[in-house]
Design a protein around this ligand. Structure first.
Ligand SMILES: [Mg+2]
Length: 286
């Protein structure tokens, strides 16, 4: 598997010393732990984004959360001092709609979802139905209004009428909250449908599957080889980049620590490890 790796280093110590020496055509950024931590911008993030844009690079921000409208991320980034356009936000509301348009434009879908995703599907002209005899695709997502009636419709469409298949917006088990709390996420809804229908979810629109990146690249028209993924989690951000054949940078300002690399298959090591996101820009190299 090592041929899949883009890591330039042989050891964790070497990896910690390698920095990018070029500006890529496009940068895909994770948000929490990478650009900001909760409501605080991480040091150097705003200047980095400005420098990359001035150098002509595209900057795209990724999130697995399908309960937020992309406009909410635009507002948050703008408020934090990073001017951002709607088309620079790629959360699972966006990837799910794009994937359907690219792969199943005529499908009738049943979204088990909150308003942001449902509204985006409607805006994109995708047909929505709760009639199990005409549903082609059941979309399981992070839906805090999930109930037995929705499970019954999904069950009927998949099991009884044997016509629908199941996809999910994101594979997360729970969404973390400050203070050690969390909310059950889409994995619980996928599990309920899989357990009752005996079928498996066939596609995931979020990290770590490469669908998110591939959908993004098809949309922005940039090659994977000229793009880098930047994030704070080895098992999602970096893994997704490796799966998509893309370089990656792990920033140590969030979830994963340098020592976590010791227990990570070298094929899934990042290309770069950064103490501070500012060092992503080659001119800041010391
Ligand atoms: Mg993160």
């Amino acid at each position: 598997m090592t041929e899949l790796s883009f890591a330039a280093a042989e050891t964790v110590a070497e990896l910690g010393g390698a920095l990018p020496d070029e500006v890529f055509d496009a940068y895909l950024f994770d948000l929490d732990g990478t650009i900001y931590l909760g409501s605080e911008l991480l040091p150097g993030a705003s200047q980095l984004i400005e420098n990359l844009r001035l150098a002509g690079a595209k900057t795209i921000f990724l999130s697995n959360n399908p309960t937020r409208d992309p406009d909410m991320y635009v507002r948050k980034l703008n408020d934090l001092g990073i001017p951002t356009k709607r088309e620079e936000i790629l959360n699972t509301v966006v990837t799910t709609v794009l994937w359907l348009k690219q792969n199943h434009p005529d499908a009738v879908v049943f979204p088990i979802a909150e308003e942001p995703l449902i509204n985006a599907l409607v805006r994109a002209g995708i047909k929505i139905s709760s009639d199990p005899t005409e549903i082609d695709i059941v979309i399981a997502s992070y839906d805090r209004t999930f109930d037995y009636a929705k499970l019954q419709i999904a069950f009927d469409a998949i099991w009884q009428h044997k016509r629908a298949f199941l996809i999910t917006t994101n594979p997360d088990r729970y969404c973390p909250f400050p203070g050690g709390r969390g909310e059950p996420d889409a994995a619980g809804i996928v599990a309920a449908i899989e357990a009752t229908t005996g079928t498996k979810c066939v596609a995931n629109m979020g990290k770590p599957d490469s669908t998110m990146i591939e959908t993004a690249l098809a949309e922005i028209g940039v090659a994977a080889q000229r793009t880098i993924m930047v994030g704070d989690r080895l098992e999602t951000d970096v893994r997704m980049a490796v799966n998509a054949g893309m370089k990656s940078a792990l920033v140590l300002t969030g979830d994963s620590k340098l020592e976590d690399l010791e227990s990570t298959d070298r094929a899934f090591w990042p290309t770069f490890v950064l103490q501070n996101i500012a060092t992503l820009y080659p001119e800041t190299k010391e």
